[in-house]
Design a protein around this ligand. Structure first.
Ligand code: COA
Ligand code: ZN
Length: 308
């Protein structure tokens, strides 16, 4: 039987946080709806950060409100701290992704506190959800940035990432997302780390988030799929990057990632022609920005067979 995988679009968050073009709330809504119509069940639509830090996300409440109206879509949002989580929950967020970094130095640069302080904040976010009652239970995912190394501090020990994952699970995380923020990972390292992380996550699902900074992105997806990962982040047109990590650049391109997974016989549920239409429109919405991704240029092979 064909196995299903889920690809979460992060272009509206990771993709938009590093570029200079500020796009309108209306275009964000159109983009989101079009990708949902192409079959995406989960889209990270915005980020609840201070507008002074990333002006692109000053419309976060409206973008989330618009996305929540789309039938069948799980609209997720990034939060860097407790205040962001409270703002997102107050807007009815269905799922939030709390980000912390395994690299102490990147955590300090990104969210201005130690990794232990971020872990304490994660526990406070879980408490905040509890105090709001179980009925509006926002799912809480935890993303561990710089899991494969850091462009500020260098090496990040594998054991440290596993320990952090274990603490997040014990605190009540609904998902652990292992992120290669600066594109340092290679497929052998992906297999080793993911297997180790899975040994402490139990029934809590593990997702991966790869950047293609050194051309390893899709190879890393294949390695992660080989060891059982069924949740992947990707960004349309390969946009993206953390503004607080030197040398950061784009995520794996969603369209290429879908093509890869389908070619491997993993059913993404995505209509590729509809996705490529959205990708073509992105060129207009983000005129002047450099977009990546091979599939739009070359088109699918004549021999391509979707998994389904
Ligand atoms: N949303 C809106 N406002 C926020 C906020 C949030 N999530 N978090 C803090 N603020 C406000 C505070 O209320 C305070 O406002 P005031 O000066 O009017 O009182 C001000 O911002 C400073 O708050 P503080 O808690 O001291 O924040 P900080 O200066 O320690 O910065 C972060 C911490 C997390 C807010 C900041 O580092 C940040 O936004 N980082 C963004 C990380 C990111 O998005 N990276 C890319 C994704 S990986
Ligand atoms: Zn990222």
């Amino acid at each position: 039987m064909t196995q299903s995988v889920s690809v979460r679009e992060v272009g509206l968050r990771d993709g938009l946080q590093l570029i200079t073009t500020v796009i309108s709330t209306e275009i964000k809504g159109t983009w989101c709806a079009a990708q949902a119509a192409a079959g995406f069940g989960e889209i990270e639509v915005t980020s609840f950060v201070p507008p002074s830090v990333i002006p692109q996300f000053s419309d976060a409440p409206q973008v989330l409100a618009d996305a929540l109206k789309i039938d069948g879509l799980l609209a997720t949002t990034l939060v860097p701290n407790l205040k962001g989580a409270i703002r997102a929950m107050a807007c009815g967020a269905q799922k939030i992704t709390f980000v912390l970094s395994a690299s102490e130095e990147h955590n300090m640069a990104n969210v201005r506190c130690t990794t232990d302080e971020s872990l304490a904040m994660f526990a406070a976010i879980i408490d905040e959800r509890r105090s709001r009652g179980m009925t509006d239970g926002t799912q809480i995912s935890a993303a561990i940035a710089t899991s494969f190394g850091c462009s500020i501090q260098g090496a990040v020990p594998q054991k440290r990432v596993v320990d952090i994952a274990a603490q997040l699970v014990a605190a009540g995380a609904d998902e652990i997302n292992i992120a290669d923020t600066v594109g340092y990972a290679n497929p052998a390292q992906v297999r080793r780390l993911i297997v180790d992380v899975q040994s402490v996550t139990g029934a809590v699902p593990v997702a991966t988030h790869f950047h293609d900074t050194r051309g390893m992105g899709l190879a890393n997806v294949t390695a992660a799929a080989d060891v059982g990962i069924r949740r992947f982040d990707a960004s349309l047109g390969g946009l993206g990057g953390c503004p607080f990590a030197p040398g950061a650049s784009g995520n794996i391109a969603t369209e290429d990632c879908i093509y890869l997974l389908e070619s491997l016989g993993l059913d993404t549920g995505i209509e590729l022609p509809a996705l490529l239409d959205v990708r073509a429109k992105l060129e207009h919405w983000l005129e002047g920005e450099t977009l990546e991704g091979r599939l739009l240029k070359a088109g699918p092979a004549k021999t391509f067979m979707p998994a389904r």
